[in-house]
Write a protein that binds this ligand. Structure first.
Ligand code: PLP
Length: 286
């Protein structure tokens, strides 16, 4: 498994790996691109951000969001690709069909398709259910963006919306992985964290031929805001460092579990997972 030590910051003055998140801003600093940038910094990669939407948000919820004009979304991606360079990318909150179609067109125009690993976290709603993607944009997510993905990382609510499968056990999780893979990504990861009746949080990875399981003890906390972002960001960071998809998922699962264990309260509602957690603190019990 990839270890945090291997993902350490490069020497002073040496250019680190560069990674791009295409995501929404969370004013409360718990999820969205703020969580991504924290994970990138912790994992020794230089994070760039193409902002898709600005949410008005705190620990109590998402009050509103403002979509960034599509030419500005495209411009941010091109500005980074044409100068800084991208060694891996990740998408989060994308809000609308127009933004998704713009990202797909820009990704192709910049010749990133097939050249740069892309992790698609198909964010549809906040962790307490407020919509972050217009329901009409699901088709573009499913038919245009996911086929470009190296890896798609839906939770069980997103699985239901994308492929209409209710994951309730091992068999239906396998069915969902097959159905998601059939949409066209290289790999599909069906996250089991929302299967509340299970004592473990068990994710299933599929590449069209083999299944891989990644399980961790369930951590009972209400402070889980940003868990999905942190997992996908950590996977993308490990891919930028040159790891394979199973290695990256294995590393990110351990990392996010530690972040959830170290989650902290903030405000009066749901606090964030602790994206500043250090794996070394728990190395002994792995
Ligand atoms: N992106 C933004 C901007 C958000 O506000 C949220 C949740 O509120 C997410 C992504 C997804 O968050 P999580 O990682 O908790 O699923």
């Amino acid at each position: 498994m990839a270890d945090l030590d291997e993902l350490a910051l490069p020497a002073p003055g040496q250019t680190p790996r560069r990674i791009l998140t295409i995501a929404g801003s969370d004013s409360g600093g718990s999820a969205g691109l703020q969580a991504d940038m924290r994970a990138f910094a912790m994992l020794g990669v230089h994070g760039c951000a193409a902002v898709t939407a600005v949410t008005v948000q705190n620990s109590l919820g998402v009050k509103a969001f403002h979509e960034i004009p599509v030419d500005v979304v495209a411009g941010q991606i091109s500005a980074v690709a044409s100068d800084i360079g991208i060694e891996a990318a990740k998408t989060g909150m994308l809000a609308s069909t127009a933004i998704i179609e713009t990202i797909v067109a820009t990704w192709r125009a910049e010749r990133l398709d097939g050249a740069v690993p892309l992790v698609v976290d198909p964010v549809c709603a906040s962790n307490v259910g407020e919509p972050l993607l217009h329901p009409s944009a699901l088709d573009a997510m499913r038919d245009a963006l996911i086929p470009l993905a190296t890896l798609v990382t839906p939770n069980l609510d997103e699985v239901r919306l994308l492929v209409g499968i209710d994951v309730v056990d091992d068999e239906t999780q396998h069915d969902a992985a097959r159905a998601l893979h059939a949409l066209g990504p290289r790999w599909a990861l069906v996250k089991g964290g929302h299967l509340r009746n299970s004592p473990v949080s068990s994710d299933l990875l599929f590449d069209g031929a083999d299944f891989y399981r990644f399980a961790a003890a369930r951590v009972d906390t209400r402070h889980d805001h940003g868990a999905g972002d942190t997992l996908a960001a950590a996977i993308a960071a490990a891919l930028a460092h040159g790891h394979t998809v199973p290695e990256a998922v294995s590393f990110a699962k351990v990392w996010v579990t530690e972040c959830i264990r170290a989650a902290y309260p903030i405000g009066r509602g749901h606090g964030p997972v602790n994206g500043m957690a250090r794996l070394s603190a728990t190395k002994g019990d792995r």
